[in-house]
Design a protein around this ligand. Structure first.
Ligand code: AMP
Length: 307
């Protein structure tokens, strides 16, 4: 197993201008694992409660995701409730119930700690830090976070950033983390905090890569219909890390391809609620959209003027 994700498994309640769903499958590690499973086998480490439906476990196992790292703890599963207005780039959190997360210790087994590609998905930075200290021989350690943790646990988060290979956050989070309205300046300041590379997700406006492998920018696919942006960031990270782990390298060229695969996975994920779109997606569709995005980014260099 070359890729491991640790984060949340959740029951999400989401409202967007295009519909709503109650207590559906979600969570940062779940979106990541499903997206990554199109590229490479992935091990999912997360806490679930006694109420986590067996049907969800079957869906995940059906994608070949290794669930041996799921810890079923007494109590209720983590729950998140959020809504989006017509600006789908911004989620408004209405309620976060940590539940079993309050007792999750994120202790990895020796085999889990020896995984070459590790993603610390959005979860309490104290747990991210514990995993960061425990992993051995990791080729690439990447992480995500969100405003919830930046506001509440900044010192713990800063400790996670030291020594990180890659941080993947959205533009509002980058500005909040760096206390800086200019994105390029925020990126420069965040790189000084430790990460060797930084990816800033900008929703429908695409992504920017700073530091190692950068600067590089990719647009998002122009989608006419977006149903639910929840999990876009995690699917992006899953596609990106899945491609790196499948290739077994993360040089600048592979990292740029991975950014495109990440964008492709995010673009599919937002087409339906919860994991619905990713669960009926095929690898052929993924590769077709990769080519589509490549074509979208292509332009010819200007011929040198003659005479
Ligand atoms: P994204 O839209 O990619 O940023 O992630 C959405 C997922 O993150 C949802 O499925 C939520 O269950 C999960 N989530 C929401 N709040 C938190 C939090 N504070 N910590 C960890 N995961 C969260």
């Amino acid at each position: 197993m070359s890729l491991l994700v640790i984060g949340t498994a959740a029951l999400d309640s989401v409202r967007t201008p295009f519909g709503e769903r109650e207590e559906v499958l979600g969570g940062s590690a779940v979106y990541f694992a499903v997206a990554a499973s199109f590229f490479t086998p992935v091990r999912l480490v997360a806490a679930i409660g006694e109420d986590f439906p067996e049907a969800h476990l079957h869906l995940l196992a059906g994608r070949g995701i290794d669930l041996s790292g799921l810890r079923r703890l007494p109590g209720r599963t983590f729950r998140w409730r959020g809504e989006y207005g017509y600006d789908l780039n911004e989620a408004h959190t209405l309620d976060t119930q940590l539940n079993v997360l309050e007792r999750f210790d994120a202790e990895l087994t020796d085999a889990e700690a020896a995984t070459p590609y590790v993603f610390l998905a959005n979860i309490d930075p104290v747990l991210q830090q514990r995993v960061r200290r425990r992993v051995r021989g990791t080729r690439m350690l990447a992480a995500d976070t969100m405003n919830f943790w930046i506001e509440r646990q900044r010192p713990d988060l800063l400790a996670v950033l030291r020594d990180l290979d890659l941080l993947i956050i959205n533009d509002a989070e980058a500005r909040m983390l760096a206390n800086q309205p200019s994105l390029p300046r925020a990126a420069r300041d965040i790189l000084r905090l430790g990460p060797r590379a930084l990816i800033v997700k900008r929703g429908e406006y695409g992504v920017a890569l700073f530091g190692e492998g950068g600067p590089f920018a990719a647009p998002a696919l122009p989608l006419e219909e977006v149903a639910d942006p929840t999990g876009a960031g995690d699917s992006f990270a899953g596609g990106l890390m899945g491609h790196l782990a499948a290739c077994g390298r993360h040089d600048a060229a592979t990292l740029r391809q991975a950014v495109i695969y990440g964008s492709v996975m995010a673009s599919f994920n937002v087409e339906d609620f919860s994991l619905s779109r990713l669960l009926r997606l095929t690898r052929a569709e993924v590769d077709e959209r990769f080519r589509h995005l490549t074509a979208l980014m292509h332009f010819d260099p200007i011929e040198p003027a003659r005479g």
